[in-house]
Ligand binder design. Structure first.
Ligand SMILES: Cc1cc2nc3c(=O)[nH]c(=O)nc-3n(C[C@H](O)[C@H](O)[C@H](O)COP(=O)(O)OP(=O)(O)OC[C@H]3O[C@@H](n4cnc5c(N)ncnc54)[C@H](O)[C@@H]3O)c2cc1C
Length: 316
């Protein structure tokens, strides 16, 4: 029998926002942590579960599953970690973690590798000293790294200013906007620029309509700049660095929309295809939750068009 995961964490809180969207708080058994912050906001951990295995079963599915999940809590929370998770509608694997996980309740056990990993952090992308506005574009659960970044700063200093962070959170419905109240409060008290975007709004939705990436549609860019307190034309790499998190569609469309403003992607293959000078620093970074190539660099027509847009902007 394939090795089962040894459970080493307890689910201590669970908040269901929708039938397939929830916030899970896990407490790892091992409480030994390095001194100071024990992860960098934006990093992820691997969590996992076993499925029930019956003696003598003839079930070809794997016995356990692990997946990376961005940490939504701040490192200042030393006892537990929070994850913001969507139960996927069309899984690709034989044993989708989110389906196994959906049945667990507070007090249940699971696996969590309490070793934070990843470079999708402020120091790992633009650097801690970068004074520009950090435009954080989140699709759905892609909100997790950004709420961790904002929370951590405020946990260290409740009066910390968040004016240099703009979070755009795209979701299908207002009810799918996890962390909305918290972000609205942070906007009032700490200056966070927060723009929830809803793609299937009801008549009572007065906010931004459309998917997260609609902010960079040519016809809406000026409206978006105004919405986050920029003047028309200020959304350029001299003033702004962009971080995107979520699935391929949002990432690709946001990058494409920004090329015409001179934003340089942080990806070797794409930079090579777009013929970007190696010395030019990246100004758009991303963390992708699915496996579809962000931009098909073999699509010569598309790449030629994108190259034209980027070089046109860089030449200005
Ligand atoms: C660095 C990293 C961090 C991640 N952080 C998170 C997180 O904070 N929250 C989270 O929900 N997922 C996150 N994911 C995705 C997660 O690891 C799993 O891929 C996802 O939960 C599906 O796993 P599964 O075993 O249930 O389904 P699988 O059988 O593995 O199905 C994979 C399919 O699920 C789709 N999918 C993956 N993630 C999502 C999602 N978030 N929303 C909708 N569809 C999705 C993909 O399109 C893919 O086709 C992250 C992935 C990476 C690489």
């Amino acid at each position: 029998m394939a090795k089962l995961l040894e459970y080493n964490a307890t689910l201590v809180a669970r908040e269901d926002l929708e039938p397939t969207l929830a916030i899970f708080r896990l407490e790892p058994d091992d409480k030994t942590r390095p001194e100071g912050p024990w992860f960098v906001p934006g990093q992820y951990m691997t969590i996992g579960m076993n499925r029930e295995v019956k003696e003598g079963e003839d079930d070809p599915r794997p016995h356990s599953v692990r997946r990376p999940m961005s940490i939504a809590s701040a490192p200042e929370d030393r006892d537990n970690v929070e994850f913001y998770i969507r139960k996927v509608g069309t899984p690709e694997s034989d044993l989708p973690l989110t389906h196994v996980m959906w049945d667990i309740k507070v007090g249940d056990r699971m696996f969590c590798r309490p070793v934070p990993v990843g470079h999708f952090t402020i120091p790992g992308t633009v650097g801690d000293d970068d004074k520009r506005l950090k435009l954080c574009v989140a699709a759905g659960t892609g909100m997790a790294p950004f709420i961790s970044i904002a929370r951590s700063r405020v946990r260290r200093d409740p009066k910390a200013r968040l004016d240099d962070i703009a979070i755009v959170h795209g979701a299908s419905y207002p009810s799918s906007l996890g962390y909305r109240e918290e972000c609205e409060a942070l906007a009032k008290t700490n200056g966070l620029r927060y723009l929830p975007a809803v793609s299937r709004p009801g008549a009572d939705w007065k906010g931004w309509k459309g998917r997260a990436e609609s902010i960079v549609e040519a016809a809406r860019l000026a409206e978006f700049e105004e919405a986050i307190g920029l003047k028309e034309g200020e959304l350029v790499p001299q003033n702004v660095a962009v971080l995107i998190c979520g699935l391929q569609g949002t990432i690709a469309n946001t990058i494409i929309g920004l090329l015409g403003r001179g934003f340089v992607p942080d990806n070797k293959k794409l930079r090579r295809a777009l013929e970007v000078d190696e010395a030019l620093p990246a100004t758009v970074f991303w963390e992708q939750y699915d496996n579809t190539p962000v931009i098909d660099v073999k699509n010569a027509e598309l790449v030629a068009d994108l190259r034209r847009q980027l070089h046109g902007a860089l030449a200005k």
